[in-house]
Design a protein around this ligand. Structure first.
Ligand code: NAI
Ligand code: MG
Length: 358
């Protein structure tokens, strides 16, 4: 009898989101079948920009309580051409992340077997990073306002807030993440030369927290210089921690350096486990390819594997990633990775491969 059972809320939301989430659910169902050690229950939530346009709300009344009953959330992407991006992002994604205190956003990147990096000198194994992004405050806390609208002297402020509690918990989480990886190496990214308040607090807290992790080596970088290091010396990096804004930008760069934004996952974690964590591909709703059946599902497959690791099913997650990489290695990939397969062909190939890796 199966004893380990998890309930998963799925929410494809907008654009290619439902396409890649549906593909991942198919793969997960196959994984459960071949593994036999655990079960997944799926409940689909159809909240999206369509819901917003019909009802004026992304999340219905009582929605978060419903969501909270689940062990994890598998999310697609939110954003529609006819809804301003700040409305969609704050209406759905941040409206889940913030009340659920998913303060750690974790973004691994690597070069898959059979794929190539746009960096001439980087090959599989040369770029293997985990970016830890502060996910609750900083530049995206929503502090600020607009005055004198429409006048030439109109003024807007976007205030970055950094609390000692917020900075300490994310830096501690990053040290723990680095400690679990073979190289045990953390790079703390700030901009403490120019941003002399919040970023200096980050530097101070990093030095304090580092004392609790004597086995983790660490160094500091300014964010601008960090972009150069990522491009010129990818092998010199392993685990990276940065603020909400800085890590948002660095992680898109990381995904592109690894070959495509279509392969990278994101976990929005509540490390206290009081609330469900949310897992999503790094990419957005990609209007330009929506409905064509050509979206790369690999980013969401990796996302689903990260979700399984968080739930404690590491072996199954490893098998799933082995199947995915075997498929990319055989050259079965979507256009963004240089292949000519569509979403369904990649998904079917991974499903077939799962039989072989078990
Ligand atoms: P995007 O990630 O949707 O697309 C950027 C480019 O990458 C496009 O050319 C797209 O076709 C391509 N791309 C993205 N995912 C792909 C995949 N799986 N396979 C193949 N190609 C892929 O970013 P963009 O265009 O800046 O944003 C579109 C919408 O998505 C906006 O409304 C934005 O706000 C939203 N968005 C939502 C996110 C989320 O829900 N977490 C994250 C990023 C953007
Ligand atoms: Mg982003």
């Amino acid at each position: 009898a199966v004893s380990r059972k998890y309930s998963i809320a799925t929410m494809g939301a907008d654009g290619i989101g439902p396409e890649v989430v549906d593909a991942s659910v198919e793969v997960l169902k196959k994984l459960v079948q071949v593994d036999g050690g655990f079960e997944l229950d799926f409940e689909n939530f159809d909240w999206s920009s369509e819901t917003y346009k019909k009802t004026g709300k992304y999340i219905p009344d009582g929605g978060l309580e419903q969501l909270k009953k689940h062990d994890a959330i598998l999310f697609g992407a939110v954003g529609a051409p006819d809804v301003p991006d700040h409305i969609s992002l704050w209406g759905l994604r941040l409206a889940i992340c913030q009340p659920f205190q998913q303060y750690a956003n974790v973004r691994p990147t690597k070069i898959f077997r059979g794929t190539s990096s746009p960096l001439r000198k980087a090959e599989h194994g040369d770029l293997d990073w985990v970016i830890v992004r502060e996910n609750s405050e900083g530049e995206y806390a929503g502090q600020g306002g607009r005055s004198h609208r429409g006048h030439p002297w109109e003024t807007a402020t976007e205030v970055a807030i950094f609390s000692r509690v917020g900075v300490e918990r994310i830096i501690r989480f990053a040290f723990e993440t680095a400690q679990k990886r073979p190289r045990k190496f953390l790079t703390v990214v700030t901009k403490s030369n120019a941003q002399r308040n919040g970023m200096v607090l980050w530097d101070e807290v990093a030095s304090e927290v580092a004392k609790d992790f004597p086995d983790v080596k660490w160094d500091k970088m300014l964010v601008d210089a960090m972009t150069c290091r990522m491009v010129l010396d990818p092998k010199s990096l392993d685990t990276i921690v940065a603020t909400n804004l800085h890590a948002d930008i660095l992680s898109d760069l990381a995904a592109a350096l690894a070959g495509s934004i279509g392969i990278a996952p994101t976990s929005n974690l509540d490390p206290t486990r009081q609330n469900p964590s949310m897992f999503e591909p790094i990419h957005g709703s990609a209007f330009d390819i929506t409905g064509k059946g050509v979206a790369n599902p690999v980013g969401t497959f990796w996302t689903a594997a990260e979700m399984l690791i968080w739930l404690g099913e590491e072996d199954a997650a490893r098998k799933m990633m082995e199947a995915v990489e075997n498929v990319t290695e055989r050259g079965i990939s979507t256009k963004d990775l240089g292949g000519n397969a569509n979403t369904k062909e990649v998904t079917d190939a991974v499903i077939q491969e799962l039989e072989k890796v078990y």
